[in-house]
Design a binder for this molecule. Structure first.
Ligand SMILES: Nc1ncnc2c1ncn2[C@@H]1O[C@H](COP(=O)(O)OP(=O)(O)O)[C@@H](O)[C@H]1O
Ligand SMILES: [Mg+2]
Length: 265
């Protein structure tokens, strides 16, 4: 069953400052939507509005749910959020961080098996007893991803009857190339199983490779949206980033690759 994340006339203001202006769009379960744009374009603000973490004007619907009217626990059953930054106030082990995602009670042995499986997916199973604070930035990011995956596995609805959504804010920003591909493959697999993926991306080449739909934000407005070939394109990107960008295609896949033009003064 296809399921839609739809948002209409979304605006967010903080104080007197309008951060998001009248943004509308639709994302389908079973697909990966990437959001791109310069620093400060409003990407994280859009994600926080869609996940119900900040107040907004307009409407957000996640399938049948009106996000603004949902309790945190109901939302947590339907979507997992990987924030751009995560600070932990308490000294927790890796296993305890992943356990934070397990919001539905179950037999402890089952939960433990799922936590290990989630850590294995992100290649962090050997770190299960380690202190989270002692890990590198990239390792912490992968543990946070395991927490979100554990949350989605624990949520009680069968996956296909009520698709779930992953909201990922720069999920690969601290990762080396192998782990970037690993995490993006997990996102792709989640979509292939019928879930929805909404990911903020900085790497335009990974975006071109993995996204089914791309939303381009600039100054809090949606300046373009569509397929990779419609959006990962030199005019759109040069405007989005206020910087000349060259886009080329390599056979045999013809996936675009992006080269920001460097200038040497
Ligand atoms: N709580 C806040 N108070 C004031 N300004 C904010 C707040 N949150 C975000 N902003 C501003 O809104 C703009 C968009 O922020 P953000 O959505 O985080 O951008 P990004 O596209 O880099 O994720 C930025 O200029 C940021 O400084
Ligand atoms: Mg951001």
């Amino acid at each position: 069953m296809t399921h839609k994340l739809s948002f209409k006339s979304l605006s967010v203001s903080i104080g007197n400052h309008r951060i998001l202006h009248n943004v509308s769009g639709n994302c389908l379960s079973g697909t990966v939507t990437a959001v791109i744009g310069a620093n400060g374009a409003g990407k994280s603000t859009l994600l926080k509005a869609l996940t119900g973490e900040i107040a907004y004007l307009g409407t957000v619907r996640l399938g049948e749910l009106n996000v603004a009217a949902c309790s945190p626990i109901l939302l947590a059953l339907h979507r997992g959020v990987l924030p751009q930054q995560t600070s932990l106030a308490f000294p927790l082990s890796v296993d305890e961080v992943v356990r934070l995602g397990q919001i539905v009670p179950a037999d402890e042995l089952v939960l433990q098996t799922r936590r290990l499986a989630a850590l294995e997916k992100v290649g962090m199973q050997a770190f299960v007893t380690r202190q989270y604070h002692d890990l590198s930035g990239g390792e912490q990011q992968r543990v946070q991803m395991a927490r979100v995956l554990a949350q989605m596995e624990t949520a009680c609805d069968p996956f296909n009857e009520n698709p779930k959504w992953l909201f990922l804010d720069e999920p690969v920003s601290s990762l080396d190339i192998r782990h970037q591909i690993q995490i993006m493959n997990i996102a792709r697999e989640f979509a292939n199983r019928g879930g929805g993926v909404f990911a903020i991306m900085h790497d335009l080449n990974l975006t071109a490779h993995y996204a089914d739909q791309v939303l381009v934000l600039k100054g809090g407005q949606l300046i373009a949206s569509g397929s990779v070939s419609e959006t990962v394109e030199s005019n759109v990107l040069s405007e989005a980033y206020d910087h000349p960008v060259l886009v080329n295609r390599t056979p045999p896949s013809e996936v675009p690759f992006v080269l920001p033009l460097a200038s040497h003064a």
